[in-house]
Design a protein around this ligand. Structure first.
Ligand SMILES: Cc1cc2nc3c(=O)[nH]c(=O)nc-3n(C[C@H](O)[C@H](O)[C@H](O)COP(=O)(O)O)c2cc1C
Length: 482
C-alpha cells in the first residue's frame, strides 16, 4: 500500500492532510466530499497524517477513489480493468507462506488490548452510535481448512469486544457456523490495510471453497505472501499494516447498532456473532485504511462493482457456457449495488436476452435491475444506456419482474422482501440505420476540426464502436440484398 501511495502521489491522485483532524467526525466529513463534490476523473485518495490523540495515520479511499485510481492500483489502465480481473479469475495463484512480517514490530495482547488505541473513524457522525472497522475479515472452514476473505464491518462494542456483521448467506458466517455447530470458537483475523490486490479480491463474491487470496494472486500475477497469525490458526497477508485477532463465540449474539449502509440509508439494529480480541499486531508507523461506504457513489460501490461484474461475466461464459455474452458492467451511478447490472450480448434466439437477464438477476441478492443490450452499446457509458432505454425498449413487451426476492438491504422492500427488474434492451427485428454519417466521412470532419484550430479532443471509443458496428451492419445488409 505504501508503494501505491507513492504511485498515486506521482500521478496527482493523492493528498496528505497535515492539519490536525478529529477521527470522530472530521475524517469522514472531509472524505465524503471526494464522492459528493468531485467528478470521477478528479477524485483522489487522502492520508490524514495528524489525527488528534493518535500516532496511527488514517487513509481513505486508497483503491476505490475512482476508476483511474483503481487502475493504478492494479497496474493497468481504466479500460483494461475488466480484462485484468477476468484473467485473474481464470488463472488464480495460490499464496506463499513466509516466516515473518513487519506485523511482529508491535504486539498488544491479553489485558493490554484496548480498541480505542485505533483511530477508527465514525463514518456517519451524528447517526452511527459506535465505531466500525470495515476491513478484510479472514475465517476458515472447520472441515476443509479452506480460508475465506470477505469485507465485513466489525462494530466495536467495548474495550475488546467486536460484533461481526455477517449473515447466513455469507461465507464468513458459514465458516463461523462450521465451528459453532461443533460447539467450538472459530478463529477470525481482521486485516486493516494491506496490499491493494487483497482488498480488491476481498469484495469479490467467489464460490464457496475458493479462497479470494488466490484471486488476489491472479490480480498481482504472483503469489500473495502470507504469514501465520499470532494467536489464532489462520494465515494473514504479510504486507498487512494492522491485524486484529480473536475467536468467535460459538453460541452468543450481541446487539449491533444501526450503521450507515452502502445503499444510502441508515441500517437497522441487528443481532450478530461476536468475538473478544486476543491480540492486535501492527507494523511501526502503521496506516489505518478505512473504506468510505454509506451513501453512493462510494469506494464500496466502486470496488464491489468492478470485482463482481467480472465474477458474473466469468460465470456466464466459462461456467455456464452461455453463448453470445460479450461483456458485463455494474453501473454505479444509481443506488450502489442495488443498481444496474448491464450485460452486452448478441442474442442467439428469440427470448435469449431475457433468459440471460433472469439468470443474472437470480445470481446476486443486490442486483436490482439487469439490462441486456446489443454489441454496439458501450455498457460503461450512461448516454448509451439511456439511448437504448428509449429507442430499443417497448416496456409492454420487454420488461420482466421477478417477485419475492429476499433483499434485506433494499430500502424499497417490505419485511426483507423486494423484487427485481429485467430489461431486454436488445433490438427485436432489424433496426433502422443510425442517423449519423458513415464513419469515414465523420472522421474527415474531425480532421477539418483540427485544421480549423478548434480545441482538440480524443474521439471517445464508444462513438468509434457505434459507427463501426453500424457501418459493418449496413455493408452486410447491402451484400445480402445484392
Ligand atoms: C466497504 C465494504 C463493506 C462491506 N460490508 C459488508 C458487511 O458488513 N457485511 C456483509 O455481509 N457484506 C459486506 N460487504 C460485501 C461483502 O464483502 C462481499 O459481498 C463479499 O463478496 C462477501 O464475501 P463472502 O461471499 O465470501 O462472504 C462489504 C463490501 C465492501 C466493499
Amino acid at each position: 500500500m505504501r508503494e501505491l501511495i507513492e504511485l498515486l502521489e506521482s500521478h496527482g491522485k493523492f493528498h496528505r492532510v497535515q492539519k490536525e483532524v478529529d477521527h470522530t467526525w472530521e475524517v469522514s466529513c472531509m472524505a465524503r466530499w471526494i464522492y459528493q463534490g468531485l467528478r470521477m476523473e478528479d477524485r483522489f485518495a487522502l492520508l490524514f497524517e495528524n489525527i488528534k490523540g493518535f500516532d496511527i495515520r488514517v487513509a481513505t479511499p486508497l483503491i476505490g477513489a475512482s476508476r483511474q485510481v483503481y487502475a493504478l492500483a492494479l497496474g493497468t489502465t481504466p479500460e483494461k480493468i475488466h480484462e485484468v480481473w477476468l484473467e485473474a479469475l481464470r488463472h488464480p495463484i495460490p499464496p506463499k507462506v513466509v516466516d515473518s512480517s513487519p506485523l511482529d514490530e508491535v504486539v498488544i495482547e491479553g489485558d493490554d488490548v484496548d480498541l480505542s488505541y485505533l483511530p477508527v473513524p465514525i463514518w456517519t457522525p451524528g447517526k452511527d452510535r459506535r465505531p466500525c472497522i470495515t476491513a478484510c475479515v479472514i475465517t476458515r472452514d472447520h472441515d476443509t481448512g479452506v480460508q475465506n476473505m470477505g469485507t465485513y464491518r466489525c462494530q466495536i462494542q467495548s474495550r475488546n469486544r467486536i460484533t461481526l456483521n455477517t449473515n447466513p448467506g455469507r461465507q464468513g458466517y458459514q465458516n463461523y457456523d462450521s465451528y459453532a455447530q461443533k460447539g467450538k470458537p472459530a478463529p477470525v483475523a481482521v486485516v486493516i490495510c494491506c496490499e491493494p490486490a487483497v482488498h480488491m479480491a476481498t469484495s469479490a463474491a467467489l464460490p464457496k471453497g475458493v479462497d479470494e487470496i488466490t484471486a488476489a494472486g491472479g490480480l498481482k500475477g504472483t503469489a500473495v505472501e502470507m504469514v501465520k497469525a499470532r494467536s489464532v490458526d489462520l494465515l494473514v497477508p504479510a504486507s498487512a499494516e494492522i491485524v486484529v485477532e480473536g475467536l468467535l463465540d460459538p453460541t452468543g449474539r450481541m446487539k449491533e447498532d444501526g450503521f450507515g449502509e452502502f445503499a444510502g440509508y441508515m441500517g437497522e439494529v441487528g443481532s450478530r456473532p461476536f468475538f473478544d480480541v486476543q491480540c492486535i499486531t501492527h507494523r511501526k508507523d502503521a496506516i489505518y485504511y478505512g473504506y468510505i461506504s454509506q451513501h453512493p457513489p462510494s469506494e464500496s460501490t466502486l470496488i464491489q462493482g468492478l470485482a463482481n461484474e467480472c465474477v458474473i461475466h466469468k460465470q456466464l461464459v466459462d461456467d455456464w457456457a452461455e453463448p453470445g455474452v460479450l461483456d458485463v458492467a455494474i453501473n454505479q451511478t444509481h443506488g450502489g449495488l442495488l443498481g444496474h447490472v448491464v450485460v452486452q450480448m448478441k442474442p442467439q434466439y428469440p427470448g435469449h436476452a431475457k433468459k440471460v437477464g433472469r439468470m443474472v438477476a437470480e445470481m446476486g441478492t443486490f442486483f436490482k435491475t439487469v439490462m441486456v443490450v446489443d454489441p454496439d452499446i458501450d455498457i460503461r457509458h450512461q448516454q448509451h444506456l439511456d439511448m437504448v432505454l428509449n429507442s430499443r425498449v417497448n416496456p409492454a413487451r420487454d420488461l420482466v419482474i421477478i417477485e419475492d426476492v429476499y433483499s434485506i438491504y433494499d430500502p424499497a422492500g417490505e419485511n426483507g422482501i423486494s423484487s427485481k427488474l429485467v430489461i431486454d434492451a436488445t433490438a427485436k427485428g432489424s433496426l433502422p440505420d443510425v442517423s449519423l454519417p458513415p464513419r469515414e466521412i465523420l472522421y474527415k470532419g474531425y480532421e477539418s476540426w483540427k485544421e480549423a484550430g478548434l480545441p482538440d479532443f480524443e474521439i471517445p471509443h464508444w462513438m468509434d464502436r457505434l459507427l463501426e458496428y453500424h457501418d459493418d451492419r449496413m455493408k452486410a445488409g447491402k451484400k445480402e440484398s445484392s
